[in-house]
Design a protein. Structure first.
Length: 971
């Protein structure tokens, strides 16, 4: 109903005020936000890397590296423990996850088991869990007397989890040293780490910083064996050949025994050598390290020792004198940045495993600024077009819708700010799509109101009924889109999740603004202005009583659609789709000429000698920009990074690198699988929802129509050659939601008419239903297309393939909801019997139950029932009926409900009726009290109910009835 209790009004506008408070900081500069009191919201929207620039990296820790590391460590530990106990052995070797050996004296078996007990004892996995895991299992001897220690999978899982946690902390320590703003370092899955650093414009330095294992060791140089001899044959036992970082590298014979390691460092700082003024790194050992280092330098004066970082010799100075203070310096032809980075690496500690970069997405600050500007322009133009169109179509009602739309977008921004969500470029697309959904909800409501008014209801009754009848439709339609958004959030990644979050929030705020805020504004307008008619614009010329024979056209639409679907599938199978790097791997680089226009031919020629395989270079947006696509290198994830390094070296003098995307074969395969699962999961979840809300015929019809739209969209990508990437999956899922939105609106009207017109032939009923929803379909499609066209022309090149797919999806989704989804119900032999019988049975049960609670003799006039069953039920209870029609719903309330006292009926006032009015949103007949002793409602109260709430009251000799439907009673 259109009555809002004062507390509800306060709650509504308090919600809006809170939203405005959280959204306003986005308009303030940082200095103003910093000066706000703590009680005032001051957080602004966090911009994604695609809007503010920065680097996104996905790292993977290789389990095989861990196995190799654990195998070597286990072999060394077995050797050490057995030698310490004087136990002889032979054939100590490792392979796979097993280390084996044979005892020289089989009688040493018990001593061996005791010596290796520390290796095979279960370890505690944590104080909170209290669990244990056995990392190594000892077995044997076999027939040959050989013992084996197997590294268990559970032990490897435990070690991998620990390595992942340690890697996150080490990387966080290294990045924090850079002084960047709000970096994101987090685990993903069992072996991945996501690193996002906003505002960073040097991704190569970041990759070097976090990709370096930084295992530091001080080891003696073996001067007894000439390097040439060691290179020509095997180096002596206990030594290995390592190379320096010089160019060309210098080989050294280095002892494998470590004097001290980076674990013994307390501090490392970059500085300058006081004699040469060259950058150096000074270091300080802890107590244990200082003692070991001092003893080694005392014993080896005159010998060179090597400072080894990740198996490379940084320097190999000669020990001139014992170094007893626990401090020293490392020199090695460093640059200033190189010395700083090495100091950072040493302070943060070594990584337990060397990570592999499997995905990189870099956006330069200039491109981020351009994306923000493009998004703002597209949003402003799209909003202007939609607002203008709504005003032209609906006049003053359009003004109400536009006010609700502005508040809707404000609430979306407020929610994103309060949740700390990140706004990405696809997120802006989600806001634009929210505009379309908000308009769709208002169009549904306004068209329902117009239908009710044309059906003879009073203005107040038409508005009330319009909101009531549109509610279920809008909820069903938005839930289908919400399902797609939730699945996209859980199966998507990066900016796509930002789109899903924005879309989901937009759905919630749309339902709130449509059914609460818009309703309140219309109730306020009715109360103040007391209009006699709806102030409609040009939209009034789109009447819901057209007579288009859609079902007659179904044979043609089915034929055309079938041919196009088959053609799309054939093209998909025979023509190579233009898959983006998200699905086939490779690299994408966007560059901008430092001076003049981009030389496409020059770039192509410059890269032709790099042996990178298929390299495509094309113009992109402005004449100064170019886009470079490099095929997957086929040498694993590291090969993709090598290709980027080579391209940078060729182009960096003449071009700024604005964007880099690198997807290795590991991630590309995962993204392809996740995208397929996302689409199938969305279709399955929505099928279940529609099946539960409607009938199986509706569910199958919706899935067939939606599958039709998905296949045609894929065919569009094949025909046009548009790049199919991760954003395209988001577009397809959004198309699924939009198409189902349209279909559900049609199906909801079909369901309503099936219950109302039980004897009407199904083809005629479907024609009538689609004609009734045609104005809404046209108006919603136009407004959504206006918003998308603004995004297509002004939103920037990055979003064009996404928006192009959305535009195609809106057109094809509108077509399928009319010419596929509805006509296919005939093929499934849809009949009104089962659907309406259930409704009649429910109403009969309901009517009979109510009739038992109310005394006979009350006359019900001008009410509307969905069939004869409720009438018969009330009639059997002694009710009299007059001027009945068979539609709508009914609820009867006996005395005692809501605390009313039949003996003190004169105490009923507007306040005591508030709860009934508030709870009676779908009530068409409300019986108040029962029995012949009830007094008539006071005239003042009757006038208030009629004028302010559209509730007509009628006094009868046997009781009182308050009605919210039908014309005024005859006196």
């Amino acid at each position: 109903m259109l009555y809002f209790a004062p507390w509800k009004t306060v709650l509504i506008w308090l919600t809006v005020a809170v939203g405005v408070a959280f959204a306003l900081p986005n308009l303030y500069p940082q200095s103003v936000r910093d000066s706000l009191p703590d009680v005032v919201p001051s957080d602004s929207l966090a911009l994604g890397l695609d809007l503010q620039g920065g680097v996104h990296l996905q790292l993977r820790l290789d389990r095989d590296d861990l196995v190799e590391q654990r195998l070597e460590a286990t072999r060394d530990e077995v050797r050490r423990l057995l030698r310490a106990e004087g136990i002889g052995y032979t054939g100590l070797s490792g392979q796979g996850q097993t280390v084996g050996f044979t005892l020289r004296d089989p009688s040493d078996a018990d001593a061996m088991r005791e010596a290796l007990a520390d290796l095979t004892t279960p370890v505690t996995t944590g104080l909170l869990t209290g669990g244990t895991v056995r990392e190594i299992v000892l077995s044997g001897p076999d027939a040959n007397g050989r013992y084996e220690l197997e590294i268990t999978d559970q032990g490897l899982d435990y070690r991998m989890a620990g390595a992942l946690t340690q890697t996150v902390e080490v990387i966080r320590g290294r990045i924090d040293e850079l002084g960047t703003t709000e970096p994101v370092i987090q685990r993903q899955g069992a072996d991945r780490i996501i690193v996002q650093v906003p505002g960073l414009d040097d991704p190569e330095r970041l990759k070097e910083l976090i990709g370096t294992t930084a295992r530091l060791a001080f080891r003696m140089v073996d001067v007894t064996t000439p390097v040439e001899d060691a290179l020509g044959s095997r180096p002596p036992v206990g030594t290995e050949i390592l190379y320096s970082t010089d160019d060309p590298p210098i080989p050294y014979v280095i002892e494998t025994r470590e004097i001290v390691t980076g674990e013994n460092l307390e501090d490392a700082q970059a500085g300058f050598d006081q004699r040469t003024n060259e950058p150096i790194v000074t270091f300080r050992f802890d107590g244990t390290g200082a003692q070991r280092f001092g003893r080694a330098t005392q014993e080896n004066v005159g010998r060179p020792f090597a400072i080894v970082l990740d198996d490379q010799v940084i320097s190999a100075p000669v020990i001139r004198e014992p170094i007893l203070g626990g401090t020293g310096q490392i020199s090695g032809n460093f640059t200033v940045d190189g010395a700083n980075d090495l100091a950072i690496l040493l302070r943060a500690g070594a990584l337990p495993l060397k990570p592999t970069f499997v995905e990189e997405r870099t956006v330069g600050p200039s491109l981020g600024a351009d994306s923000i500007a493009a998004g703002e322009i597209a949003g402003i133009i799209g909003a202007f077009l939609v607002v203008g169109f709504m005003f032209v179509a609906y006049g003053f009602l359009g003004v109400i819708a536009n006010l609700a739309l502005i508040i809707n977008i404000t609430l979306v921004i407020a929610a994103l700010s309060a949740l700390g969500a990140t706004l990405t470029l696809p997120g802006i697309a989600g806001i634009v799509l929210t505009v379309g959904m908000a308009v769709d909800s208002n169009v549904l409501i306004f068209e329902r109101i117009r239908e009710e008014r044309l059906g003879g209801r009073s203005l107040i009754q038409a508005i009330d009924a319009g909101f009531q009848r549109a509610f279920t439709t809008i909820v069903d339609a938005n839930v289908t889109t919400l399902i797609a958004a939730i699945i996209l959030f859980y199966l998507g990644s990066g900016p796509i999740r930002g789109f899903a979050v924005t879309l989901a929030i937009g759905i919630i705020t749309t339902v709130f603004t449509a059914f609460v805020l818009t309703r309140w504004m219309m109730a306020f307008w009715l109360k103040r202005r007391k209009p006699k008619e709806l102030p409609l614009g040009l939209g009034k010329h789109l009447r819901p009583d057209t007579k288009i024979k859609f079902m007659w056209l179904r044979r043609y639409s089915f034929t055309v659609s079938s041919l196009i679907v088959v053609a799309s599938m054939a093209l998909f199978a025979t023509v190579n789709m233009n898959l983006g790097i998200d699905f086939k791997g490779g690299s994408l680089i966007e560059v901008q000429a430092i001076e003049g226009e981009a030389d496409i031919g020059g770039i192509r020629n410059g890269l032709s000698d790099l042996n990178l395989g298929d390299v495509q270079v094309q113009g992109f947006g402005a004449p100064t920009d170019a886009l470079i696509r490099i095929e997957s290198q086929g040498g694993g994830d590291n090969a993709e990074q090598s290709a980027i390094t080579k391209v940078r070296a060729v182009l960096e003098e003449d071009y700024n690198i604005r964007r880099v995307e690198v997807v290795g074969p590991t991630v590309s395969g995962e993204l392809a699988t996740a995208g397929t699962i996302a689409v199938l999961a969305a279709l399955g979840a929505i099928l279940i929802y529609i099946w539960l809300r409607f009938e199986w015929q509706f569910a199958l019809g919706a899935i067939i129509a939606t599958t039709h739209d998905v296949l045609l969209t894929i065919g569009m990508f094949v025909v046009t050659g548009l790049e199919f990437n991760l954003s395209s999956i988001a577009a397809i899922l959004t198309i699924v939601g939009y198409s189902l939105n349209d279909t559900v609106v049609v199906y909801d009207r079909v369901r309503e008419n099936l219950r109302r017109y039980k004897k009407m032939p199904v083809p005629e009923l479907l024609d009538m239903s689609m004609n009734q929803t045609l104005p809404r379909t046209i108006l919603t499609s136009v407004t959504t297309l206006l918003a998308l066209l603004a995004l297509f022309f002004f939103g920037g090149e990055v979003l064009q393939s996404f928006v192009a797919a959305m535009i195609f999806g809106v057109v094809i989704g509108t077509y399928s909801s009319i010419f596929i989804a509805a006509p296919i119900l005939i093929m499934f032999r849809l009949r009104p019997g089962a659907l309406s019988q259930e409704s009649d049975d429910a109403q009969k049960e309901k009517g009979g139950a109510v009739a038992k609670t109310i005394r006979a003799g009350i006359e019900i006039r001008d009410a509307h029932f969905p069939g004869r069953a409720p009438i018969d039920a009330y009639g059997s209870g002694g009710f009299r009926f007059a001027e009945m029609s068979h539609r709508g719903s009914i609820l009867a309330l006996p005395s005692g409900i809501h605390g009313w006292d039949a003996k003190r009926f004169e105490e009923i006032d507007l306040t005591s009726l508030e709860k009934v009015i508030a709870d009676a949103a779908d009530i068409e007949v409300l019986l108040v009290g029962c029995g012949p002793d009830l007094r008539v409602l006071p005239k003042r109260l009757r006038d208030t109910l009629r004028e302010e709430h559209g509730i007509v009251t009628e006094a009868m000799a046997t009781g009182a009835a308050v009605r919210t439907n039908g014309p005024s009673p005859r006196r």
